[in-house]
Design a binder for this molecule. Structure first.
Ligand SMILES: *Cc1c(COP(=O)(O)O)cnc(C)c1O
Length: 458
Protein backbone atom coordinates (compact mmCIF):
# COMPACT_ATOMS: atom_id res chain seq x y z
CA UNK A 1 0.00 0.00 0.00
CA UNK A 2 1.08 3.60 -0.59
CA UNK A 3 2.59 5.12 2.53
CA UNK A 4 0.56 8.32 2.63
CA UNK A 5 1.03 11.56 4.51
CA UNK A 6 -0.73 11.17 7.91
CA UNK A 7 -2.34 14.63 7.67
CA UNK A 8 -4.58 16.55 5.33
CA UNK A 9 -4.27 20.11 4.06
CA UNK A 10 -6.27 22.77 5.86
CA UNK A 11 -4.61 26.04 4.87
CA UNK A 12 -2.90 26.47 1.52
CA UNK A 13 -0.41 28.88 0.01
CA UNK A 14 -0.33 29.28 -3.80
CA UNK A 15 2.97 28.47 -5.48
CA UNK A 16 4.24 30.65 -8.34
CA UNK A 17 3.99 29.08 -11.79
CA UNK A 18 6.43 30.82 -14.13
CA UNK A 19 7.49 30.59 -17.78
CA UNK A 20 10.92 29.64 -19.05
CA UNK A 21 11.41 33.31 -20.09
CA UNK A 22 10.50 34.51 -16.56
CA UNK A 23 13.01 32.12 -15.06
CA UNK A 24 15.81 33.07 -17.46
CA UNK A 25 15.26 36.73 -16.60
CA UNK A 26 15.11 36.04 -12.84
CA UNK A 27 18.22 33.87 -12.73
CA UNK A 28 20.24 36.30 -14.81
CA UNK A 29 19.18 39.21 -12.56
CA UNK A 30 20.15 37.04 -9.55
CA UNK A 31 23.68 36.61 -10.91
CA UNK A 32 22.99 32.89 -11.33
CA UNK A 33 22.91 32.56 -7.54
CA UNK A 34 19.77 30.99 -6.05
CA UNK A 35 20.23 32.97 -2.82
CA UNK A 36 19.48 36.14 -4.83
CA UNK A 37 16.13 34.84 -6.14
CA UNK A 38 12.93 36.11 -4.59
CA UNK A 39 10.67 33.42 -3.15
CA UNK A 40 7.90 34.48 -5.53
CA UNK A 41 10.13 33.49 -8.44
CA UNK A 42 10.42 29.88 -7.14
CA UNK A 43 7.95 27.08 -7.88
CA UNK A 44 9.34 24.27 -5.70
CA UNK A 45 11.75 25.46 -3.01
CA UNK A 46 14.21 22.75 -1.99
CA UNK A 47 16.91 25.13 -0.81
CA UNK A 48 16.61 24.22 2.87
CA UNK A 49 14.63 22.16 5.35
CA UNK A 50 15.42 24.73 8.04
CA UNK A 51 12.47 26.71 9.38
CA UNK A 52 10.49 25.78 6.27
CA UNK A 53 8.22 23.06 7.72
CA UNK A 54 4.43 23.36 7.87
CA UNK A 55 3.00 23.81 11.35
CA UNK A 56 -0.01 21.85 12.58
CA UNK A 57 -3.37 22.99 13.91
CA UNK A 58 -2.24 21.75 17.33
CA UNK A 59 0.90 23.88 17.13
CA UNK A 60 -1.11 26.98 16.23
CA UNK A 61 -3.55 26.25 19.06
CA UNK A 62 -0.60 25.90 21.43
CA UNK A 63 0.91 29.14 20.12
CA UNK A 64 -2.32 30.97 20.90
CA UNK A 65 -1.71 30.03 24.55
CA UNK A 66 1.74 31.68 24.41
CA UNK A 67 2.57 33.45 27.65
CA UNK A 68 4.63 36.56 26.93
CA UNK A 69 5.61 37.25 30.55
CA UNK A 70 9.21 38.47 30.67
CA UNK A 71 10.39 35.90 33.21
CA UNK A 72 9.09 32.46 34.18
CA UNK A 73 6.46 32.32 31.44
CA UNK A 74 4.17 29.28 31.35
CA UNK A 75 5.36 28.75 27.77
CA UNK A 76 8.92 28.22 28.99
CA UNK A 77 7.83 25.56 31.48
CA UNK A 78 5.90 23.70 28.76
CA UNK A 79 8.95 23.87 26.43
CA UNK A 80 11.28 22.87 29.25
CA UNK A 81 9.03 20.00 30.32
CA UNK A 82 9.04 18.38 26.88
CA UNK A 83 12.82 18.74 26.48
CA UNK A 84 13.57 17.66 30.02
CA UNK A 85 11.68 14.39 29.55
CA UNK A 86 13.21 13.85 26.10
CA UNK A 87 16.84 14.64 26.92
CA UNK A 88 17.24 14.10 30.68
CA UNK A 89 19.51 17.16 30.95
CA UNK A 90 19.11 19.14 34.18
CA UNK A 91 20.06 22.47 32.55
CA UNK A 92 18.14 23.48 29.40
CA UNK A 93 18.17 26.94 27.79
CA UNK A 94 16.25 28.23 24.76
CA UNK A 95 18.07 30.19 22.05
CA UNK A 96 16.76 31.85 18.91
CA UNK A 97 18.55 29.48 16.51
CA UNK A 98 21.15 26.71 16.44
CA UNK A 99 24.20 28.87 15.76
CA UNK A 100 23.43 31.02 18.82
CA UNK A 101 23.25 27.88 20.97
CA UNK A 102 26.62 26.80 19.51
CA UNK A 103 28.23 30.16 20.17
CA UNK A 104 27.08 30.11 23.80
CA UNK A 105 27.99 26.51 24.67
CA UNK A 106 31.32 26.58 22.80
CA UNK A 107 32.17 29.95 24.37
CA UNK A 108 31.71 28.34 27.79
CA UNK A 109 33.78 25.24 26.95
CA UNK A 110 36.69 26.23 24.68
CA UNK A 111 40.03 28.01 25.16
CA UNK A 112 41.96 29.40 22.15
CA UNK A 113 44.22 26.79 20.55
CA UNK A 114 42.02 23.80 21.38
CA UNK A 115 40.78 21.20 18.87
CA UNK A 116 37.21 19.95 18.43
CA UNK A 117 36.44 16.60 16.80
CA UNK A 118 33.28 15.57 14.96
CA UNK A 119 31.87 13.07 12.49
CA UNK A 120 31.43 16.29 10.43
CA UNK A 121 31.07 19.82 11.80
CA UNK A 122 28.12 21.61 10.22
CA UNK A 123 29.31 24.88 8.63
CA UNK A 124 28.08 27.20 11.41
CA UNK A 125 29.43 24.75 14.01
CA UNK A 126 32.87 24.96 12.38
CA UNK A 127 32.62 28.76 12.12
CA UNK A 128 31.78 29.07 15.82
CA UNK A 129 34.76 26.86 16.75
CA UNK A 130 37.08 28.86 14.49
CA UNK A 131 35.80 32.22 15.81
CA UNK A 132 37.06 31.08 19.24
CA UNK A 133 40.48 30.50 17.59
CA UNK A 134 40.20 26.74 17.85
CA UNK A 135 40.53 24.07 15.16
CA UNK A 136 37.50 22.02 13.99
CA UNK A 137 38.60 18.59 12.76
CA UNK A 138 36.26 16.15 10.95
CA UNK A 139 36.69 12.40 11.42
CA UNK A 140 34.04 10.82 9.13
CA UNK A 141 33.96 7.03 8.96
CA UNK A 142 35.69 5.43 5.93
CA UNK A 143 32.37 4.12 4.49
CA UNK A 144 31.28 7.74 3.93
CA UNK A 145 33.69 8.03 0.99
CA UNK A 146 31.72 5.57 -1.18
CA UNK A 147 28.65 7.48 -2.37
CA UNK A 148 27.03 4.41 -3.94
CA UNK A 149 27.37 1.76 -1.23
CA UNK A 150 24.36 0.74 0.84
CA UNK A 151 26.24 0.92 4.18
CA UNK A 152 23.48 1.88 6.64
CA UNK A 153 25.32 4.37 8.88
CA UNK A 154 27.68 6.44 6.74
CA UNK A 155 27.20 9.34 9.17
CA UNK A 156 29.27 7.60 11.86
CA UNK A 157 32.47 9.00 13.33
CA UNK A 158 35.70 7.07 12.65
CA UNK A 159 36.18 5.46 16.09
CA UNK A 160 39.79 4.44 15.44
CA UNK A 161 40.77 7.97 14.42
CA UNK A 162 38.87 9.35 17.45
CA UNK A 163 40.68 7.04 19.88
CA UNK A 164 44.06 7.73 18.23
CA UNK A 165 43.60 11.50 18.42
CA UNK A 166 42.43 11.43 22.03
CA UNK A 167 45.24 9.14 23.22
CA UNK A 168 47.91 10.69 20.94
CA UNK A 169 50.17 13.74 21.40
CA UNK A 170 47.33 16.20 20.67
CA UNK A 171 44.88 14.46 23.02
CA UNK A 172 45.07 17.05 25.79
CA UNK A 173 44.25 19.86 23.32
CA UNK A 174 40.85 18.38 22.46
CA UNK A 175 38.14 20.64 23.93
CA UNK A 176 35.17 18.43 23.10
CA UNK A 177 33.81 15.89 20.65
CA UNK A 178 30.55 16.77 18.90
CA UNK A 179 28.47 14.21 17.04
CA UNK A 180 26.10 15.59 14.40
CA UNK A 181 22.91 13.48 14.16
CA UNK A 182 22.00 13.05 11.35
CA UNK A 183 25.27 14.07 9.70
CA UNK A 184 24.15 17.11 7.71
CA UNK A 185 27.64 17.90 6.32
CA UNK A 186 28.00 14.18 5.48
CA UNK A 187 25.14 13.86 2.97
CA UNK A 188 22.50 13.63 5.71
CA UNK A 189 23.56 10.11 6.63
CA UNK A 190 22.53 8.72 10.03
CA UNK A 191 24.69 7.75 13.00
CA UNK A 192 24.14 4.37 14.66
CA UNK A 193 23.46 4.00 18.38
CA UNK A 194 26.46 1.65 18.55
CA UNK A 195 28.66 4.43 17.18
CA UNK A 196 27.25 7.03 19.61
CA UNK A 197 27.77 4.61 22.53
CA UNK A 198 31.34 3.77 21.51
CA UNK A 199 32.29 7.42 20.92
CA UNK A 200 30.79 8.41 24.28
CA UNK A 201 32.77 5.66 26.03
CA UNK A 202 36.04 6.76 24.36
CA UNK A 203 35.39 10.37 25.42
CA UNK A 204 34.60 9.34 28.97
CA UNK A 205 37.89 7.40 29.25
CA UNK A 206 39.76 10.50 28.05
CA UNK A 207 37.78 12.91 30.23
CA UNK A 208 36.65 14.92 27.18
CA UNK A 209 33.06 16.25 26.98
CA UNK A 210 30.88 14.39 24.47
CA UNK A 211 28.23 16.59 22.81
CA UNK A 212 25.41 16.07 20.33
CA UNK A 213 24.47 18.47 17.55
CA UNK A 214 20.93 17.10 17.55
CA UNK A 215 19.16 19.20 14.89
CA UNK A 216 17.69 16.01 13.36
CA UNK A 217 17.48 13.78 16.43
CA UNK A 218 14.07 12.37 15.41
CA UNK A 219 15.08 11.55 11.84
CA UNK A 220 18.26 9.89 13.13
CA UNK A 221 16.17 7.89 15.62
CA UNK A 222 13.82 6.76 12.85
CA UNK A 223 16.70 5.51 10.69
CA UNK A 224 18.10 3.64 13.71
CA UNK A 225 14.78 1.80 14.12
CA UNK A 226 14.85 0.92 10.40
CA UNK A 227 18.51 0.01 9.96
CA UNK A 228 20.18 -0.99 13.23
CA UNK A 229 19.91 -4.55 14.55
CA UNK A 230 18.05 -4.69 17.85
CA UNK A 231 16.04 -1.49 17.35
CA UNK A 232 13.16 -2.62 15.11
CA UNK A 233 10.76 -2.72 18.06
CA UNK A 234 12.04 0.35 19.89
CA UNK A 235 10.07 3.59 19.39
CA UNK A 236 11.81 6.65 17.88
CA UNK A 237 11.12 8.49 21.15
CA UNK A 238 12.93 5.80 23.12
CA UNK A 239 15.90 5.79 20.70
CA UNK A 240 16.18 9.58 20.94
CA UNK A 241 15.99 9.44 24.75
CA UNK A 242 18.80 6.89 24.87
CA UNK A 243 20.99 8.97 22.52
CA UNK A 244 20.61 12.15 24.59
CA UNK A 245 21.43 10.22 27.76
CA UNK A 246 24.85 9.25 26.35
CA UNK A 247 25.93 12.88 26.00
CA UNK A 248 27.36 15.43 28.44
CA UNK A 249 25.63 18.24 26.60
CA UNK A 250 23.94 19.20 23.37
CA UNK A 251 22.98 21.97 20.99
CA UNK A 252 20.09 21.67 18.58
CA UNK A 253 18.54 23.95 16.01
CA UNK A 254 14.78 23.42 16.37
CA UNK A 255 14.15 24.87 12.90
CA UNK A 256 14.52 21.28 11.73
CA UNK A 257 13.03 18.65 14.06
CA UNK A 258 11.17 21.28 16.12
CA UNK A 259 9.05 21.82 12.96
CA UNK A 260 8.85 25.56 13.58
CA UNK A 261 10.15 28.66 11.81
CA UNK A 262 12.58 29.60 14.59
CA UNK A 263 14.17 28.22 17.74
CA UNK A 264 16.92 26.16 19.33
CA UNK A 265 18.17 24.93 22.69
CA UNK A 266 21.35 24.08 24.50
CA UNK A 267 21.56 21.69 27.44
CA UNK A 268 24.14 20.15 29.71
CA UNK A 269 24.80 18.21 32.92
CA UNK A 270 27.66 20.25 34.42
CA UNK A 271 26.25 23.03 36.65
CA UNK A 272 29.37 25.21 36.24
CA UNK A 273 29.16 25.06 32.45
CA UNK A 274 25.45 25.85 32.80
CA UNK A 275 26.08 28.98 34.84
CA UNK A 276 28.72 30.23 32.36
CA UNK A 277 26.22 29.61 29.53
CA UNK A 278 23.49 31.41 31.43
CA UNK A 279 25.66 34.53 31.70
CA UNK A 280 26.40 34.61 27.95
CA UNK A 281 22.76 33.79 27.16
CA UNK A 282 21.45 36.65 29.29
CA UNK A 283 23.95 39.10 27.79
CA UNK A 284 23.40 38.15 24.14
CA UNK A 285 20.09 36.27 23.62
CA UNK A 286 17.78 36.92 26.55
CA UNK A 287 16.87 35.81 30.06
CA UNK A 288 17.10 32.04 30.75
CA UNK A 289 13.36 31.47 30.40
CA UNK A 290 13.05 32.90 26.87
CA UNK A 291 16.55 33.03 25.30
CA UNK A 292 15.56 35.18 22.31
CA UNK A 293 12.22 33.45 21.65
CA UNK A 294 8.68 34.69 22.18
CA UNK A 295 6.31 32.70 24.39
CA UNK A 296 4.20 31.66 21.40
CA UNK A 297 7.34 30.31 19.70
CA UNK A 298 8.23 28.23 22.77
CA UNK A 299 4.73 26.73 22.75
CA UNK A 300 4.82 26.01 19.01
CA UNK A 301 8.14 24.21 19.55
CA UNK A 302 6.92 22.21 22.55
CA UNK A 303 4.10 20.80 20.41
CA UNK A 304 6.33 20.33 17.34
CA UNK A 305 8.80 18.30 19.41
CA UNK A 306 6.00 15.87 20.24
CA UNK A 307 4.70 15.58 16.68
CA UNK A 308 8.13 15.04 15.13
CA UNK A 309 8.57 11.74 16.97
CA UNK A 310 5.28 10.20 15.78
CA UNK A 311 6.16 7.01 13.86
CA UNK A 312 3.49 7.60 11.16
CA UNK A 313 4.93 11.03 10.40
CA UNK A 314 8.53 9.79 10.29
CA UNK A 315 7.59 6.77 8.17
CA UNK A 316 5.84 8.88 5.57
CA UNK A 317 8.64 11.45 5.47
CA UNK A 318 11.28 8.73 4.96
CA UNK A 319 9.09 7.10 2.31
CA UNK A 320 8.75 10.39 0.39
CA UNK A 321 12.54 10.83 0.34
CA UNK A 322 13.05 7.23 -0.78
CA UNK A 323 10.37 7.62 -3.48
CA UNK A 324 12.01 10.73 -4.92
CA UNK A 325 15.43 9.01 -4.79
CA UNK A 326 14.03 6.06 -6.74
CA UNK A 327 12.43 8.30 -9.37
CA UNK A 328 15.69 10.25 -9.77
CA UNK A 329 17.64 7.02 -10.22
CA UNK A 330 15.15 5.78 -12.81
CA UNK A 331 15.61 9.08 -14.65
CA UNK A 332 19.36 8.42 -14.78
CA UNK A 333 20.47 10.72 -11.97
CA UNK A 334 22.50 9.04 -9.22
CA UNK A 335 21.64 9.95 -5.64
CA UNK A 336 23.98 9.39 -2.68
CA UNK A 337 23.01 6.02 -1.24
CA UNK A 338 21.23 4.96 0.83
CA UNK A 339 18.87 7.97 0.76
CA UNK A 340 18.44 9.69 4.14
CA UNK A 341 15.44 11.78 5.14
CA UNK A 342 15.97 15.54 5.20
CA UNK A 343 17.62 15.85 1.78
CA UNK A 344 18.72 13.98 -1.31
CA UNK A 345 22.21 14.56 -2.70
CA UNK A 346 22.44 14.34 -6.50
CA UNK A 347 25.73 13.25 -8.07
CA UNK A 348 26.13 16.14 -10.52
CA UNK A 349 29.77 15.32 -11.32
CA UNK A 350 28.65 11.98 -12.75
CA UNK A 351 25.64 13.38 -14.63
CA UNK A 352 27.62 16.22 -16.26
CA UNK A 353 31.07 14.77 -17.06
CA UNK A 354 31.60 17.37 -19.81
CA UNK A 355 31.77 20.12 -17.14
CA UNK A 356 35.12 20.13 -15.30
CA UNK A 357 35.11 20.88 -11.52
CA UNK A 358 36.41 24.41 -12.27
CA UNK A 359 33.18 25.14 -14.17
CA UNK A 360 31.12 23.92 -11.21
CA UNK A 361 28.94 21.00 -12.38
CA UNK A 362 26.90 21.02 -9.15
CA UNK A 363 26.07 24.68 -9.60
CA UNK A 364 25.29 24.02 -13.26
CA UNK A 365 22.76 21.31 -12.33
CA UNK A 366 21.19 23.51 -9.64
CA UNK A 367 20.78 26.38 -12.17
CA UNK A 368 19.34 23.98 -14.75
CA UNK A 369 16.74 22.69 -12.27
CA UNK A 370 15.62 26.27 -11.81
CA UNK A 371 15.60 27.13 -15.52
CA UNK A 372 13.73 23.95 -16.49
CA UNK A 373 11.30 23.69 -13.59
CA UNK A 374 11.53 26.64 -11.21
CA UNK A 375 13.09 24.30 -8.62
CA UNK A 376 15.46 26.00 -6.20
CA UNK A 377 18.31 24.06 -4.58
CA UNK A 378 22.00 24.58 -3.88
CA UNK A 379 25.23 22.84 -4.83
CA UNK A 380 27.55 21.15 -2.36
CA UNK A 381 30.66 20.86 -4.48
CA UNK A 382 33.61 22.94 -5.59
CA UNK A 383 31.71 26.24 -5.50
CA UNK A 384 30.96 25.72 -1.80
CA UNK A 385 33.97 23.71 -0.66
CA UNK A 386 36.76 24.19 -3.22
CA UNK A 387 39.59 26.72 -2.93
CA UNK A 388 39.87 29.50 -5.53
CA UNK A 389 42.70 31.81 -6.62
CA UNK A 390 42.50 35.62 -6.87
CA UNK A 391 40.90 35.40 -10.33
CA UNK A 392 38.18 33.10 -8.91
CA UNK A 393 39.56 30.10 -10.76
CA UNK A 394 39.38 26.76 -8.93
CA UNK A 395 42.65 25.54 -7.36
CA UNK A 396 41.52 22.59 -5.21
CA UNK A 397 38.23 20.92 -6.12
CA UNK A 398 35.82 19.46 -3.56
CA UNK A 399 35.89 15.64 -3.26
CA UNK A 400 32.43 15.37 -4.90
CA UNK A 401 30.22 17.59 -7.03
CA UNK A 402 26.80 17.26 -5.39
CA UNK A 403 23.48 19.11 -5.43
CA UNK A 404 21.29 19.03 -2.33
CA UNK A 405 17.52 18.77 -2.65
CA UNK A 406 16.38 19.64 0.88
CA UNK A 407 12.89 18.39 1.72
CA UNK A 408 10.81 20.76 3.89
CA UNK A 409 8.69 18.97 6.51
CA UNK A 410 4.98 18.39 5.66
CA UNK A 411 5.11 20.94 2.80
CA UNK A 412 5.17 19.14 -0.56
CA UNK A 413 3.06 16.21 -1.73
CA UNK A 414 3.90 13.24 -3.91
CA UNK A 415 2.89 15.08 -7.10
CA UNK A 416 5.33 17.90 -6.31
CA UNK A 417 8.09 15.32 -5.97
CA UNK A 418 7.01 13.65 -9.21
CA UNK A 419 7.29 17.03 -10.92
CA UNK A 420 10.85 17.37 -9.53
CA UNK A 421 11.72 13.91 -10.87
CA UNK A 422 10.26 14.76 -14.31
CA UNK A 423 12.35 17.94 -14.42
CA UNK A 424 15.45 15.91 -13.54
CA UNK A 425 14.57 13.37 -16.24
CA UNK A 426 14.30 16.15 -18.86
CA UNK A 427 17.81 17.37 -17.92
CA UNK A 428 19.23 13.82 -17.88
CA UNK A 429 18.01 13.25 -21.48
CA UNK A 430 20.43 15.87 -22.85
CA UNK A 431 23.00 16.57 -20.15
CA UNK A 432 25.55 17.83 -22.70
CA UNK A 433 23.36 20.90 -23.32
CA UNK A 434 23.92 22.12 -19.74
CA UNK A 435 26.51 24.95 -19.61
CA UNK A 436 29.23 25.35 -16.98
CA UNK A 437 29.59 28.51 -14.87
CA UNK A 438 32.32 31.02 -14.12
CA UNK A 439 32.48 33.19 -11.01
CA UNK A 440 32.54 36.91 -11.75
CA UNK A 441 32.28 38.39 -8.26
CA UNK A 442 32.38 37.08 -4.68
CA UNK A 443 33.34 37.83 -1.05
CA UNK A 444 36.31 36.39 0.93
CA UNK A 445 34.03 34.40 3.29
CA UNK A 446 30.57 32.82 2.90
CA UNK A 447 31.22 32.76 -0.83
CA UNK A 448 28.17 30.70 -1.80
CA UNK A 449 25.77 33.30 -0.38
CA UNK A 450 27.37 36.24 -2.14
CA UNK A 451 28.87 35.21 -5.47
CA UNK A 452 27.68 36.29 -8.91
CA UNK A 453 28.18 33.79 -11.71
CA UNK A 454 27.75 33.60 -15.47
CA UNK A 455 27.18 30.66 -17.82
CA UNK A 456 30.01 29.38 -20.03
CA UNK A 457 29.00 27.19 -23.01
CA UNK A 458 30.95 23.92 -22.85
C1 LIG B 1 20.90 24.05 10.85
C2 LIG B 1 21.99 23.43 11.60
C3 LIG B 1 22.74 24.16 12.54
C4 LIG B 1 22.55 25.65 12.75
O1 LIG B 1 21.28 25.95 13.15
P1 LIG B 1 20.52 27.32 12.75
O2 LIG B 1 19.23 27.21 13.46
O3 LIG B 1 20.41 27.35 11.26
O4 LIG B 1 21.38 28.44 13.26
C5 LIG B 1 23.71 23.49 13.25
N1 LIG B 1 23.95 22.20 13.05
C6 LIG B 1 23.25 21.48 12.16
C7 LIG B 1 23.55 20.03 11.99
C8 LIG B 1 22.26 22.07 11.40
O5 LIG B 1 21.60 21.34 10.50
Amino acid sequence: MTIMEPYRIKVVEPIPLTTREDRERSLSRAGYNAFNLRADEVTIDLMSDSGTGAVSTAQEAAASMGDESYAGARSFYRFHGVLSELTGFPHIFPAHQGRAAERILFGALLEPGQITLSNTHFDTTRANVELLRCEARDLPCPEAADLDSQAPFKGNIDLRALEQTLTGPEGDRVGFVIMTITNNGGAGQPVSMANIEAAAAICRRSGVPFLLDAARFAENAWLVTQREPGYADVSPTEVAKRAFRLADGCVASLKKDGIAPMGAFLAMHDPEVASRCELILTATEGFRTYGGLAGHELDRLAQGLREVLEPDYLRSRAAAAAHLARLANEAGVDVVQPPGIHALYLNAGRLLPHIPPGRFPGHALACQLYLEGGIRCVELGSLYLGTLDDDYELVTPAPYELVRLALPRRVYTQSHYEYVAETLAAIAKRPESVPGYRMVETTPILRHFNSRMEPVPM
